[in-house]
Design a protein around this ligand. Sequence first.
Ligand SMILES: Nc1nc2c(ncn2[C@@H]2O[C@@H]3COP(=O)(O)O[C@H]4[C@@H](O)[C@H](n5cnc6c(=O)[nH]c(N)nc65)O[C@@H]4COP(=O)(O)O[C@H]3[C@H]2O)c(=O)[nH]1
Length: 701
Amino acid sequence: MEQYYKPKVLIVDDIPTNLFLMSKILQPLDAHVFMAASGEEALSLTLRHQFSVILLDVQMPNMDGFETASLIRSYFETKCVPIIFVTAIHKNDTYILRGYEVGAVDYLFKPVDRDILVSKVKVFLELDRQRHALEEAMNSIKTLGHQKEMLLECAGEGIVGLDSQGRITFMNPAALSMLGFQTQEIRDLELGDLFVEDDPGVRSFPDGWESIRAHENQLRSKGNRTFPVVFSSSVIRERGLVTGGVMVFLDISERKKAEQKLLELANYDHLTKLPNRTTFRQQLEKMISRNKRYDRKVSVIFLDLDNFKGINDSMGHDAGDALLKGLAKLLIESVRDYDVVARLAGDEFGILLEGFESARDVIMVGQKILERIQAPFTIQGRQVFVTCSLGIATFPESGTDPEALIKAADIAMYEAKREGKDTLKFFDQSMQIQARQRMELEGELRHALNRNELSLHFQPQVDPGSHQIKGMEALLRWNHPTMGSVSPAKFIPLAEETGLILPIGEWVMQQACIQAASWHRHFGPKSPRMAVNVSPRQLKKGAFLDVVQKVLAETSLPPGLLEIELTESTIMEDSCNTITLLEEFHRLGLMIAVDDFGTGYSSLSYLTRLPVDVLKIDRSFVSGIGTDLNSEVIIRGILSLAESMELNVVAEGVEDREHLEFFQNHPCQLFQGYYFHKPMTGDQATALLKDQLTRRMVSNT
Ligand SMILES: Nc1nc2c(ncn2[C@@H]2O[C@@H]3COP(=O)(O)O[C@H]4[C@@H](O)[C@H](n5cnc6c(=O)[nH]c(N)nc65)O[C@@H]4COP(=O)(O)O[C@H]3[C@H]2O)c(=O)[nH]1
C-alpha cells in the first residue's frame, strides 16, 4: 500500500530568531520543517533530504544565499528543488535578477508577511505532493509492465500475439519452443499455418474469436511435428477498434495419451489387445442397426476353450497367457479384416460376422477355426494341443438385441460342450428352454441339501458263486416336493458345473460312511464294502483328501471298507495330480474303482501306472451281451486286461439270465444289476443284509 507522503521544507538563515519565526509560521502546514543556519549546513541537508521548497536567506556570512543556490543547482539530485529567496525589501532589480539567474523561483521580502509566506510555501508543497503522486503512479505502471513481461516469459502456455490483420507478431518463449521457431522466423507466419485442421473460429479473425474458449485442435511445429492443443483466443480493442488478438494454447499430448490409455483399458483386453466385452457389445449393437435397415443377417460366434483350465493349472499362468495370445492371433487370421474378434472373459472369445450369404458361410468360418485350432501351439518350447467349443447365434432369428444374441450364442456353445466339446452348435429355441429349465433346476438344487431333499440309496454288488452281498454302491437321490424324483443323470452334471457337487459330495461321503460303519458294527468283518461315486471336481479340490480322512475318523469306518469310484475320464484327465491323490488314498487303505470302464479311451500303459483295484464294466456293454458282438469283445478284453493286471472286475447293469450266463464262461468277481437288486433305501439294504446273515447262519447249522 502506498505510504502517506509528508513533504519537507528547508529554512536557511544565519539569524536564529528568523529561523524560529518562520518555522513557527509554517508549523500548521502538513510538512516537516528543517532549519539550517548557514549555506554549508543547507547544502549538507539538501544532499540527504529531498525538499519540496527551500527558503533561502540571501545575506549570510561566509557563503551567501546566491552562492548556496548555485551550488544546490549544480547537483543532479537537487538541481530542480524550488528555491525562494528571502531578502530585504529595498533591493534593486539587478540584485533580484541575479537571484533568478542562480535558480530562484520566487522572492520573499523581510519582514516576512505571515500570509504571503504560508500561501507561497503551500503552492510548492501541493506541487510536490502531485509530483510525488505522479512518480508513484509511474512506478506502479513500471512494476505492472514488468510483471506482465515476466508472465509472458514464464508462462507454460504458448501465447501468440496478432496484429489487426491477424498476422503473427509475437510468440512467448513457451510458444516458440513448442512450435520450434526462432523469434525472427515468425514474422511472415499466419495463424492458420500453425493449425493441422482448419479451425473455423481461427479463420474468422477477428469475428468469432471471442467465442473460442478451450477448443481442441492439432498444431504443427516447424519440424512438422503435430501435437494436440487446447486453445482460447481474445481480440484486443482500443476505443472500439481491433488492434490485434491473442491466442493462448496448451500442449495436451500427455493428457491425450492418458485419455487414450484409459480408453484402451476400458475398451480393450490388455493381454490380447482385442476389444473386450463392452466394445464387443457396442460393435454388435452398431452391426445390428446397420444391417437391420437392409434386412441382412449378423452372426455371433461364442468360443470357449475346452481344456484351458488344465493347461493353466499344469503349465502355469504365463503359459495360459501365451496360449490366449496365440489363440487371439489365430482367430484374427481366420476371419476377414472387418469382422470383429473380441476377448469376452478368461478363455471366452466372441466373433461378429456380417455381410455373409447364408448360414453355410458362418459354419465354414466356425469349422475353419475348429480345424486350425487342432494344430499344436508351441508354448514354453512345448507343443500344446487344445480344442474349443463354438456356439453360433444369428440376428434376427436367435435374438434382436445384443444381449439376447450373446446369450443365445453362449447357450449354443454350452450345448456344444455338452455334446462332447470340439464342435460347433447353432442356437435353436429348444436350447433356450433347456437352458431356462437348467437354471430353474439349479436354483432348486441349491436348497436341496438344507431342505433335506437328498437321500442315499444303496445297490448291492453280489458274488456270482455264493450270491453273497460283498459291496454296496451309494447312489444319490433327490426327491423334490413338486418335481418328484429327479434323476442323478440330470442333476449330478448340473451340480458338477455349478460347484454344488462339493458340499453335496461331502454330504454323500459322510452319509455313506455312517451307513457302512453302522453295518460294520452290526455284521462285523463280513459287512459289505461301500462304493462312493466321486466326481472330477471333488477330486481336483485339494481339500477332498482331508474330507475323507475326517469322515473316516468320525465314523470309525475301517478304510478297507471304503471304495472310491471314479469314472475313466476323470482318472485320465489330470494325470500328475490324480496319480498323487490316488496314491494318498491307497496309503490310507481305501480301494479305488474305475467306473464306466471301456467308455473312454484309456491308454493301457497309463492305466498300469495308476493305483487302481477295481474295473467296473460299463452297463452299456453288459446290455449289449447277446445282441452286440462288439460289446462282448470289449468285455472279454477288459476281463483279460484285469486278469493280467490282477484287478477285480464288477459287471454293472446285469439285468437278465443271458447276461449272467455270458459271465459263467468269462468269470468276473462281482455283479451289480437289477437281476439281483435294484438300488434301495438304507433300511431296506439293512434288512437285506440281516436276511442274508440269517440264511447264512441257517445254512451253516
Ligand atoms: N438300466 C439299469 N440301470 C442300472 C442297473 N443297475 C444299476 N443301474 C443304475 O446304474 C447306475 C450306476 O451308477 P453309476 O454308473 O455310478 O452312475 C451314476 C453316477 O455316475 C451318478 N451318481 C449317482 N450318485 C452319485 C453320487 O453320490 N455322486 C456322484 N458324483 N455321482 C453319482 O449318477 C449315475 C446314475 O445313477 P443312477 O441313476 O442311480 O443309476 C445307477 C443305477 O441305478 C441295471 O441293471 N439296469
